[in-house]
Design a protein around this ligand. Structure first.
Ligand SMILES: *[C@@H]1O[C@H](CO)[C@@H](O)[C@H](O)[C@H]1NC(C)=O
Ligand SMILES: *[C@@H]1O[C@H](CO)[C@@H](O)[C@H](O)[C@H]1NC(C)=O
Length: 291
């Protein structure tokens, strides 16, 4: 057995990891009081990608970061990309996916705050602006849909777990619960959902993020019908049929079905899977062309 040299020992990342989740106090803008937390791994690549990881209700940036089921710290360490972890300012820490402020580009709500975090992170960490990605679970997934509608120019791809279509949780105030939406009775046509998203950034005609949508058939919190409504919204946006171009059972694992609707919309449905679908790092990274 060969003895490790000092240099080899020093280069073992787990022994010398200095990287920590760090709060960024002045990321700019005057939008909601959402906090920005950032993680720059020790072995960050030149012109790294950025993944924005958005927590669920009753969570926070640091508890999501430290949650063993949330794999994005590991992804960041292994893949050498930056992760930004927004933290909700709202009571109960759900994201504001209901108010007119947040459901509008530059409306000054939580969506604008997260866009400001992205705009701050790009020069600060030398991020490749063409490689900005968003993921989240539950309320974080709802926000992922809202960001795709409000800031399509900033984001290349989105992978959301157990959320709802952008605009489905609409309400009278900030971070309102919407029983009709969570219960799966807020249904619309493809064209209607596409218009809801388009109206959040009127007149925009540029590229839009490709959408990977995960949901479980046994979701008792956010009814599985919301999977269909999200697919309608984004296939509507990309003007493609709701008939899948390819559908694979037992993919990426037993009891999940992966369906593609052209290159820009993918749905992954877990039969018997509840709320929220566990993060699948490998598949979300592949959707993001990471690492
Ligand atoms: C930025 O990302 C794009 C898309 O992946 C890539 O084509 C380009 O080479 C990258 N630029 C740098 C400076 O790494
Ligand atoms: C949507 O696609 C159809 C063909 O599938 C085409 O006729 C129509 O012009 C497209 N609409 C837009 C807005 O691109």
């Amino acid at each position: 057995m060969k003895l490790l040299t000092i240099l080899e020992v020093l280069s073992l990342p787990c022994l010398i990891s200095a990287a920590t989740l760090t709060k960024v106090s002045n990321y700019g803008g005057t939008a909601s009081k959402a906090e920005m937390w950032a993680y720059k791994p020790d072995n960050v690549k030149p012109n790294p990608a950025l993944v924005v990881v958005i927590h669920s209700c009753q969570s926070s940036a640091s508890s999501y970061f430290n949650n063993a089921k949330i794999p994005w710290k590991k992804g960041s360490d292994l893949g050498g990309y930056i992760t930004v972890w927004p933290s909700s300012p709202n009571s109960g820490t759900c994201w504001d996916v209901s108010s007119s402020k947040s459901l509008k580009r530059d409306g000054g709500g939580d969506s604008t705050a997260i866009a400001n975090m992205i705009k701050y992170a790009i020069p600060q960490y030398s991020v490749n602006a063409s490689r900005v990605y968003v993921t989240g679970g539950s309320s974080g997934a709802m926000m992922g849909n809202v960001l795709a509608a409000t800031y399509p120019d900033l984001i290349k791809a989105v992978s959301v777990y157990s959320g709802v279509a952008a605009g489905c949780f609409v309400g009278a105030g900030v971070a309102q619960w919407n029983n009709a939406c969570s219960g799966g009775t807020s249904t619309k046509s493809q064209a209607q959902w596409a218009k809801v998203a388009q109206d959040m950034y009127p007149g925009y005609n540029g590229p839009r993020p490709k959408m990977q949508i995960w949901h479980g058939s046994a979701d008792g919190t956010i009814a599985p019908q919301n999977y269909q409504e999200e697919l309608k919204q984004w296939t509507g946006i990309f003007n493609v049929s709701m008939t899948a171009t390819s559908s694979k059972t037992n993919t990426p694992e037993s009891s999940y079905t992966t369906s593609d609707y052209g290159p820009n919309v993918e749905g992954i449905y877990g039969t018997g899977v509840g709320h929220s679908v566990p993060s699948h790092l490998k598949e979300s990274e592949a959707w993001f062309s990471l690492p």
